[in-house]
Design a protein around this ligand. Structure first.
Ligand code: NAD
Length: 258
């Protein structure tokens, strides 16, 4: 039987949107599995300390780069900087996202829609645009984007957010097809509710609306903790998922099955 390896030993990884929540938990797990790492985000005051903390815990080289994903030139520069520091790029996670402004469709504004799409959709698109050439050059790589159960199901009173996550799913599948025979795999995870700042503000926004309960019923009857997303991400980054591309992996306590 062939060896199955979940190890990321010696791999070179970039996680964009790693200041908190799911991105931070996955960054910790990716370094813990053996990869050298650059984490990117919009909170440099805290980023260097996070990098030091992950480096100390994992024994890997970990550093921080400031990057606002709404700015294409910053994404390009962050990817270039990561490739320079790591001497290559095997794994990239495009995690940056915001919940937007929960409300009925009649109350949605063009400005808020654009802010949401600029982060959630253009973030993933620009990330891949600049990550892919390095991976193509090496003939290998794994990209993991952040979708949501709202990329599969609708989410009442969060239509722009659900639209943005459906768009991330479309980007993921399309780029996966572009690269399927070139050694580069592209997948997305589709979390259900995860205990982060994003979920708290989305729930608070929805609770403030008439007839809202704050979210869908979860068959497991609890929200996830951020580290519960990390096992699938390490698997997608590793050779153990060598035949997986274009997939949306639900990590949702049963939400999509219900
Ligand atoms: P979070 O608020 O803790 O993390 C969001 C991250 O995105 C932060 O690190 C933040 O700094 C970063 N970010 C925001 N705007 C940015 C920008 N312009 N440039 C660069 N980075 C930026 O929340 P989270 O729940 O960990 O969210 C992470 C991802 O998971 C998001 O894409 C979110 O949509 C997705 N998601 C979350 C849930 C949930 O229930 N928490 C469910 C499904 C999907």
């Amino acid at each position: 039987m062939a060896d199955i390896s979940f190890s990321l030993d010696g791999r070179k990884a970039l996680v964009i949107g790693a200041d908190s929540g799911i991105g931070l938990a996955c960054a910790r797990a990716i370094a813990g599995a053996g990869a050298d790492l650059v984490i990117g985000g919009i909170d440099p005051a805290k980023g260097d300390d996070l990098a030091k903390e992950i480096a100390a815990a994992s024994g890997r080289a970990v550093s921080y780069v400031a990057v606002d994903v709404t700015r294409e030139e910053q994404v390009a520069a962050a990817v270039d900087e990561a490739v320079k520091r790591l001497d290559g790029l095997d794994i990239a996670m495009n995690n940056a996202g915001i919940p937007g402004w929960p409300g009925a469709i009649q109350d949605q504004s063009a400005e808020q829609f654009d802010i949401l799409f600029n982060i959630n959709v253009r973030g993933a698109m620009f990330g891949m645009k600049y990550q892919v050439p390095h991976m193509l050059k090496a003939g290998k790589g794994s990209i993991i984007n952040l979708a949501s159960t709202a990329a599969i199901n609708g989410l009442a009173y969060c239509a722009p957010y659900a639209a943005s996550k459906h768009a991330v799913a479309g980007l993921t599948k399309s780029v996966a097809l572009e690269l399927a025979d070139k050694g580069v795999r592209v997948n997305a995870i589709a979390p259900g509710p995860v205990n982060t700042g994003l979920l708290a503000s989305m729930r608070a926004g929805r609770m403030a609306l008439p007839s809202q309960t704050g979210g869908a019923k979860v068959p497991m009857d609890r929200v996830a903790e951020p580290h519960e997303m990390a096992g699938a991400v390490v698997w997608l980054a590793s050779d153990a998922s060598s035949y997986v591309t274009g997939a949306l992996i639900s990590l949702d306590g049963g939400v999509v099955a219900a």
